[in-house]
Design a protein around this ligand. Structure first.
Ligand code: M6R
Length: 420
């Protein structure tokens, strides 16, 4: 028998797991295990079988888990999306709100930490657009301490890969205490957050080992798209034509991600130009702003290069004073409807000497306006984050590799942040 704080440590030894709850005491020995409650009374426990295999927790020939996990993303997207599609409709069996309860929801709150928060930001745009419900988003460490306005008519969505993040768990408990219906988008089965939420939407990403999240983030985005389409449909706000368009674009995402990953040598080359930089900026609008935040976090957490992400329209309210000759700016122009606005921001930074890498959909050529251009396959505007994040993950990875950084275990960081 073994004891561990995370199932990934156990998969090479066993598939049968007993999850312990808070305040329980476990005694393990050669002959068996016993679990006691806080009154030292022995309690019955449930033995669960996990379906993660050893290969999923090994590097499989890659130099780093992060690259292996980047490459797994098409599969992860398929695994998260396809079981929830039936006859071209999103079916979320685990969502327990009745029609009447759903109709009484007057606000959605999304709360999470780090990259999961960035996924939540994308979710805000998508849910607002498809469900026409107001969506508020907050980092869990703020939400839990600000007496948020949450009622029994609020749907609170928490997002977490590990399902163990202390602030997210506390935010979830706070929301439940205020009477909200809670839905957790979680990767790890039977984690504390999965157990505490009213409903769980699992992201079937498999074990994620690298500290920098990649495949779990992509799966969170997919889960949020499914949730938005599902609620939008049930509320009668997504009509048949839009539903068909969204489902077809959703189904096409894994192949498009695959194309971007296969073409990664261009990003590798770009990293050789920029790896020595000390400061970089990411800019974007709407969903591209959320992606800019995620790209910036990826870069800084594994390469230790200082980077900031800004809503592009905010530049002239202060940040543009930091732009000088040769300063790298990564400009996301993947929202075609806002591309003109973004290009005018690009002109502003270029006029101050910035070196600009531009990202856009392949049906929107911005190469004339930027120094280096990267294109992503075109998709529905609500889904661009799933494609734009791939070159950004690869950029962070290759820049960190060129700098000789410990990519899978960056300094000062832990995979699960189980303390405040
Ligand atoms: O396990 P969680 O999704 O709750 O973790 C949240 C953050 O700690 C996590 O996303 C963190 O920001 C990642 N290292 C980013 O790559």
């Amino acid at each position: 028998n073994y004891i561990a704080s995370d199932v990934t440590a156990l998969v090479e030894h066993t598939k049968t797991i007993v999850y312990m709850d808070d305040f329980q005491i476990g005694v393990i020995g050669r002959g068996g295990i016993s679990i006691y409650n806080r009154n030292e009374e022995e309690i019955e426990y449930e033995v669960k079988t996990i379906d993660w295999n050893v290969n999923a927790a090994e590097k499989g020939g890659y130099e780093h888990f992060m690259m292996k996990e980047i490459i797994e993303q098409p599969k992860v997207l398929r695994d998260t999306i396809r079981p929830r599609l039936k006859d071209n409709e999103v079916v979320l069996d685990d969502f327990s709100l009745s029609d009447e309860q759903l109709k009484s929801v007057d606000k959605v709150y999304i709360t999470a930490c780090g990259s999961a928060y960035h996924a939540g930001m994308v979710g805000k745009y998508v849910i607002e657009r498809l469900c026409r419900l107001p969506v508020e988003i907050d980092v869990a460490s703020e939400f839990r301490y600000r007496d948020p306005i949450v009622t029994e008519n609020t749907l609170v969505v928490v997002i977490s890969q590990s399902g163990e993040t202390a602030d997210t768990l506390a935010a979830l408990k706070e929301a439940k205490e205020k009477g909200a219906h809670t839905l957790a988008i979680v990767n790890v089965v039977s984690s504390a957050i999965a157990k505490a939420a009213d409903d769980v939407l699992y992201t079937w990403a498999g074990p994620e080992i690298a500290v920098a999240t990649t495949k779990a983030y992509s799966a969170q985005l997919a889960a949020l798209y499914l949730l938005a389409i599902y609620i939008g449909r049930r509320l009668g706000r997504v009509d048949d034509a839009l539903n068909a368009e969204l489902i077809s674009q959703l189904n096409a995402l894994p192949e498009k991600v695959e194309t971007l990953i296969n073409d990664r040598s261009a990003i590798q080359n770009l990293a050789t130009v920029f790896y020595g930089e000390k400061n970089m900026f990411f800019i974007g609008r709407n969903i591209d702003y959320a992606s800019a935040l995620e790209g910036s976090l990826k870069l800084k957490e594994i390469s230790y290069i200082h980077s900031e992400a800004y809503a592009a329209g905010e530049l002239k309210h202060g940040t543009i004073s930091l732009i000088e000759e040769g300063r790298p700016v990564i400009a996301l122009a993947c929202q075609n409807a806002l591309a003109d606005k973004l290009i005018s921001n690009v002109r502003e930074v270029k006029a101050r000497g910035a070196l600009v890498i531009g990202l856009s959909q392949d049906d929107m050529d911005i190469s004339e306006s930027v120094d280096y251009s990267i294109s992503i396959p075109s998709t529905h505007p609500l889904f661009t984050a799933s494609l734009s994040v791939i070159p950004l993950q690869l950029f962070g990875y290759y820049v960190a590799a060129s700098n000789g950084c410990d990519i899978d275990k960056p300094r000062n960081l832990a995979k699960s942040v189980t303390v405040e």
